[in-house]
Design a protein around this ligand. Structure first.
Ligand SMILES: N[C@@H](CCC(=O)N[C@@H](CS)C(=O)NCC(=O)O)C(=O)O
Length: 318
């Protein structure tokens, strides 16, 4: 993210204040909502991005991959004089379905006056080629609830009715203190704002460490929406946030329960197989942080620990 973007979203006291989403029409059956139709939408993501990653994990866990196609952007931003994302990983450097080279094309087709950042995840309607939703906060819940008729048989219920209030409450905390908390530290432009965010993140990690000492997942022995949200930040922490965002009190690998928990999820289909450490490292260190003027890519950390046994399936939690 460029300095231009950062200063646009920084308050007077140096605090990072994220832009709101432009395309928020929900999926549903009511007039004016986005119709739920298999084959109609393409989700544009970059494996670098935690907000997009969580949609991809949910789509994979629910077996929606045949209903919603995926377009993948290069984690390295193009050098085009604006902050954009490019389909440089694809043949001819264009998305094979949308036939566009940059994400901005789908945004500007939807709204020629659009002046925000071009962000992932974005859902593009294939009938028009326009972005119709970039509401990263709610997208996973649409896949879970509104897209139920296309779930695979035996798909997990990531948002069970009886837990919804508690899940929503925890998701809110996770958003402010973990998912966006790390950005508040990394994009702070004053010492006070940075230290406040640092404390927010590590206090909450300490709290989560304790919670996961007596529960395999955040809500017992079944994975929920909240686990997906926590995973995407934990899996990026040691490789990107610890040094890139100056969150260097402790690594996740130094918290016994969080480290076992994140490896437990990483070992399962939908999580590890959608996690691309190389893309994460490149994007954050070369394109997101502002303290790397010579474009040096950190060599570490050693990733061999990710595949070591986590043992959390054998622990008896009270
Ligand atoms: N849509 C949200 C969250 C999604 C988001 O920030 N995605 C990042 C990647 S992790 C992105 O696409 N950034 C584009 C940019 O900064 O230009 C926002 O606008 O802040």
């Amino acid at each position: 993210m460029s300095e231009k973007f950062i200063t646009n979203e920084v308050e007077k006291d140096g605090k990072f204040n994220r832009q709101s989403n432009r395309f928020t029409t929900p999926f549903g059956i009511e007039e004016g909502q986005l119709p739920v139709e298999a084959g109609r939408y393409r989700l544009i993501w970059s494996p670098a991005c935690p907000w997009a990653h969580r949609s991809v994990i949910v789509i994979s866990l629910l077996g929606l991959s045949d209903a919603i196609s995926l377009g993948t952007l290069d984690p390295i931003r193009p050098d085009v004089g604006r902050t954009d994302w490019a389909f440089t990983l694809d043949e001819n450097e264009e998305d094979p379905v949308l036939k566009i080279r940059y994400l901005s094309e789908a945004y500007l087709k939807a709204d020629p006056e659009y002046s925000g950042r071009f962000t992932v995840p974005s859902v593009v309607d294939l009938t028009t080629g326009k972005v119709v939703n970039n509401d990263y906060f709610n997208l996973t819940r649409y896949w879970e609830v509104e897209w139920r008729k296309y779930h695979k048989p035996g798909a997990p219920d990531l948002y069970p009715v009886e837990l919804r209030n508690e899940i929503d409450e925890l998701n809110d905390i996770l958003f402010h203190e973990i998912n966006n908390g790390v950005y508040k530290a990394g994009f702070a432009r004053s010492q006070e704002a940075y230290e406040e965010a640092y404390a927010l993140v590590f206090n909450r990690l300490d709290w989560l460490e304790e919670r996961l000492s007596h529960s395999r997942y955040l809500f017992g022995d079944k994975i929920t929406e909240s686990d997906v949200r926590l995973y995407v930040t934990l899996v990026r922490f040691d490789i990107a946030y610890y040094n890139g965002f100056l969150l260097n009190r402790s690594r996740i690998s130094e918290f016994p329960n969080l480290w076992g928990y994140v490896r437990d999820l990483y070992s399962q289909p939908g999580f590890g197989d959608t996690t691309d450490f190389d893309a994460i490292k490149k994007h954050y260190h070369l394109c997101a942080v502002s303290n790397n003027p010579f474009g040096l890519l950190p060599k570490g950390p050693d990733l061999s620990g990710w595949n070591t046994p986590h043992g959390r399936d054998k622990i008896l939690f009270q």
